[in-house]
Design a protein around this ligand. Structure first.
Ligand SMILES: [Zn+2]
Length: 263
């Protein structure tokens, strides 16, 4: 045994039980809480059982373009009727969960609290849902908040999700690929045409970013996809600026019945 191994051996023999006792004491004093409902957790991390059961994963069969779940399984290449009729300006979109139950609670928490560990808990689910879109050389692009909203809310949850995913996949992030130059009013309640009008000129690609995105595959990342109008407007702007293939990856998405029709 060398001197160094001896020292390590002694150090571990003394310190490791101390650390273990401290961990146990801390767990008794402050038991780990579920990040959603604050209920006591049985394990070290993750969600409590009721919150876990209220997560609605999006699983196959899905539309190859929109990523929405389909009402019948017609094979892996199926494109929903909605996407056949109105193809989007991006290649594919994927989401881990339906925007309901625990996933909706997650989105709310991400928006209103600065908690990077929440994003880290969610990133593996996004990476798994995004297998079709997260190419090794793709750049992650967070959907930007308008500057004024960012000030009020302190941080951008989409950027936080990008950081957490990049830790797992090693993809590069481009934070300022697109800027929101116009504060748009909320999209809820607007018709498709009015949503488009509302977002016209909302985004721009700064001159300094044009070289960076030229011909590159991009994955637009956001917490939730509701109407899809935002990522459509972003995709159009990025395409005009010379980006290559554009994909969309969100934590959750709204699923409307008409988006589920496969035939
Ligand atoms: Zn819970």
């Amino acid at each position: 045994m060398t001197l160094k191994t001896k020292i390590n051996f002694v150090r571990n023999a003394i310190l490791s039980p101390v650390k273990k006792t401290l961990d146990v004491t801390l767990r008794v004093l402050v038991p780990p809480a579920c990040p959603l409902c604050k209920g006591v957790l049985a394990g070290d991390d993750g969600l409590c059982a009721p919150c876990w059961q209220d997560l609605h994963f999006i699983t196959a069969p899905i539309c190859q373009i929109s990523g929405a779940p389909l009402d019948v399984d017609l094979g892996p290449e199926t494109v929903s009727l909605a996407m056949q009729k109105n193809p989007p300006p991006y290649e594919k979109a994927r989401a881990a969960f339906r925007y309901e139950g625990s996933a909706a609670a997650f989105v709310k928490r991400l928006k209103f609290s600065d908690r990077p560990e929440l994003a880290r808990l969610l990133a593996p689910f996004m990476v798994r849902a995004g297998q079709d879109v997260l190419r090794a050389n793709a750049l992650l692009v967070p959907v930007p908040l308008h500057r004024r909203r960012l000030l009020g809310r302190r941080f951008n949850q989409a950027a936080e999700l990008c950081r957490a995913m990049a830790r797992e996949t090693g993809n590069e992030i481009v934070f300022q690929a697109v800027q929101r130059v116009k504060a748009t009013r909320p999209q809820i309640g607007l018709t498709r045409r009015n949503r488009k009008r509302n977002l016209k000129g909302a985004f721009t690609v700064p001159k300094s970013m044009k070289d960076r995105i030229q011909g590159r595959s991009l994955v637009l990342v956001d917490d939730v996809l509701t109407t899809g109008a935002t990522v459509e407007a972003m995709s159009e702007t990025l395409r005009q600026a010379g980006a290559g293939r554009i994909y969309v990856l969100t934590l959750a998405r709204v699923v409307r019945p008409e988006q589920m029709r496969a035939s």
